[in-house]
Design a protein around this ligand. Structure first.
Ligand code: SF4
Ligand code: SF4
Length: 149
């Protein structure tokens, strides 16, 4: 580019509005189809775990606290998720969605990347069950069957 053309571009740019946005100081509404953080409705879940099977990133876990009373907890790793929406498509009961409002998921530590969805009493019950299993120790290994001739 010749110096004259460059100076012309510079002087024109001085009087134009910038095309970039002053994020995060100025924010536009996000598009409704933006794929942000997962949402989970335990009341719609059946515990079938098809979402877990189909997730290519191993980013979700479904814990069945009590199937009869529809007590389910979903663990979600925001840092592992590829935001592909496969789990949303795979769920036949509309129990999983993606929020277009919760998409600013960057963090400076690992802790915010592990999200647990569900009613607080079910999350507490899940932790209690895990603690009871851990206190009971590993399941005893059955002795080998005697060899037959
Ligand atoms: S969220 Fe949907 S696909 Fe996943 S376990 Fe529940 S019902 Fe099944
Ligand atoms: S959006 Fe994709 S990567 Fe993320 S949890 Fe669902 S299936 Fe897994």
């Amino acid at each position: 580019m010749r110096i004259g053309a460059m100076l012309g571009d510079i002087s024109r740019s001085l009087f134009k509005r910038p095309v970039t946005e002053r994020y995060p100081f100025e924010r536009r509404p996000t598009p409704e189809r933006l794929r942000g953080q997962l949402t989970f409705e335990p009341s719609k879940c059946t515990g079938c775990k098809i979402c877990v099977r189909d997730c290519p990133a191993d980013a979700i876990e479904i814990v069945v606290v009590d199937k009869a009373t529809k007590r389910f907890v979903m663990g979600f790793q925001t840092g592992r998720c590829a935001y592909c929406a496969q789990c949303v498509v795979s769920c036949n009961f509309d129990a999983i969605g993606m929020s277009h409002e919760r998409w600013e998921l960057a963090a400076l530590s690992q802790t915010p990347f592990a999200v647990t969805f569900g009613r607080q009493e079910d999350i507490n019950a899940m932790h209690d069950q895990a603690a009871a299993r851990s206190a009971a120790g590993p399941a005893p290994v059955a002795p080998p069957a005697p060899a037959t001739a």
